[in-house]
Design a protein around this ligand. Structure first.
Ligand code: PLP
Length: 429
């Protein structure tokens, strides 16, 4: 076999289909965010052409915690004290008091008995699901059609039979659950906030169905933790069913602004994952400084109700202005706003124009991240995006998408009342 030709031709056909991803190197500054330096690449020579200041509109650092002074100080002081690497897997000298402390904090945060940290939420999902699906004989899995790659990969790798139900469609799920014998072990795998659509799941209804049909539940709260529910502890908490989910998965890399993932639940199930999951057992543990920063970040986020409100208020303001302009986006109650443009080609073109003409960075999102034909620009808002930044974004989108309506219909009343509320937040906090 000509290996080189094989690899090259695979990538070439991916490029021909328009799905090849270009990465934009960014340098996010703590003092200027959302203004960010990006390195523009010369296509021909494939080398850095120039640095440009742009506003970043697609970060998952939802609460700007990666820039938080106290978190940064915690990470630095921990490095000074104990050095950088952890020095081992969790079993072989890589469990520090920082790791134990973070797991305790996460369990308490979700109001559960135990938690277990992984090097990413991807790893937590893939590896925990693989273990659960592999070890329970005859398990039948039910998975939402829009579930994240990490969930799908974990289920697929295990070889367990899996039924896909329509996205967030409880009737479809119930039909499918009904068709399997009551005594057959079952697992429902779903997310509380679908990050590419920005839609929130009615978690309580899934719990009800799980009980009715004798199923376990695995809930990915990656895009919700930090932002929704009491103290930001997630959407299961918002629906009052945190304790009734069998396995809650979360990340330390988005609203908490660091790196790492975790699962939380009853002690017996976390002990099981801890004992049998290769992605937990056979890898060097997270750096103690990272773990210390994660804990500090959670402690701050817990108390930062004003930041959560601010993000949601700003998202509502942006949506209202998109509505006024007739710009097509997926409606939802979250801080994620996907503007649908359908083809990968258009998504790339609009993203490039926003960057070149308006100094706005929104990464185009297309297949395989989202289904073919549903390419989009996915906008996310953080506390550091001002209302003026939002106005600039909306004006720029309107121009790039070629909207007929003008931007002068901007909701001044909403903008004024939001300005004063945000000022009140800032004075109070
Ligand atoms: N789950 C979902 C729904 C995600 O969107 C992602 C990543 O974006 C992950 C899990 C993986 O999270 P992490 O970045 O911590 O690996």
């Amino acid at each position: 076999m000509n290996y080189k030709n094989f690899f090259k031709s695979k990538v070439q056909s991916f490029k021909n289909e328009g799905y090849y991803r270009k990465f934009l190197p960014v340098k996010r500054s703590r003092s200027t965010f959302p203004f960010t330096q990006v390195e523009l690449i010369d296509e021909k020579s494939n080398s850095p052409a120039k640095l440009e200041n742009v506003k970043i509109w697609c970060t998952n650092d939802y609460l700007n915690m990666s820039h938080n002074d106290e978190v940064v100080e915690t990470m630095i002081s921990t490095i000074k004290e104990v050095g950088t690497g952890s020095g081992g897997t969790r079993n072989i000298s890589g469990t520090t008091s920082y790791h134990v402390g973070l797991e305790k904090k996460l369990a308490q945060y979700h109001d559960r008995e135990s938690a277990l940290i992984f090097n990413s939420a991807y790893l937590a999902n893939q590896s925990s699901l693989w273990t659960i699906c592999k070890k329970i004989n005859g398990l039948q899995v039910f998975s939402d059609e829009l579930n994240h790659a990490s969930l799908i990969q974990g289920i697929k790798n295990s070889g367990a039979p899996c039924t896909i139900f329509k996205h967030n469609d409880l009737d479809d799920l119930e039909e499918k659950l009904k068709s399997i014998e009551f005594k057959t072990p079952k697992l429902i795998v779903f997310e509380s906030l679908y990050s590419m659509d920005g839609t929130i799941t009615n978690v309580a209804e899934y719990v009800r169905l799980a009980k009715k049909y004798n199923a376990l539940t695995y809930l990915d709260e990656v895009h919700a933790v930090g932002l929704y529910g009491e103290r930001g502890s997630g959407i299961a908490n918002k629906y009052g069913v945190s304790k009734e989910i069998d396995i809650i998965n979360g990340t330390l890399a988005k609203a908490f602004g660091q790196i790492g993932g975790y699962v939380a639940g009853d002690k017996y199930i976390i002990e099981f994952i801890r004992s049998f999951t290769p992605g937990f057992i056979f890898t060097t543990s997270l750096m103690p400084s990272v773990v210390a920063a994660c804990k500090k970040s959670i402690e701050i986020v817990e108390q930062s109700h004003h930041l959560r409100s601010e993000v949601l208020e700003k998202a509502a303001y942006l949506k209202k202005n998109l509505d006024n302009l007739g710009i097509n986006y997926i409606k939802g109650d979250s801080h994620i706003i996907p503007i649908i443009v359908n083809t990968a080609e258009k998504a790339q073109l609009f993203s490039q124009k926003l960057l070149d003409i308006h100094n706005i960075y929104t990464q185009p999102i297309f297949y395989p991240t989202v289904p073919k034909g549903s390419a989009r620009l996915r906008i996310t808002i953080t506390p550091k995006h001002s209302l003026l930044d939002i106005d600039h974004l909306v004006d720029s989108l309107s121009k790039v998408l070629g909207n007929k309506k003008t931007v002068h219909k901007k909701d001044k009343k909403l903008s004024n009342s939001l300005f004063s509320r945000l000022n009140a937040f800032k004075t109070a906090s």
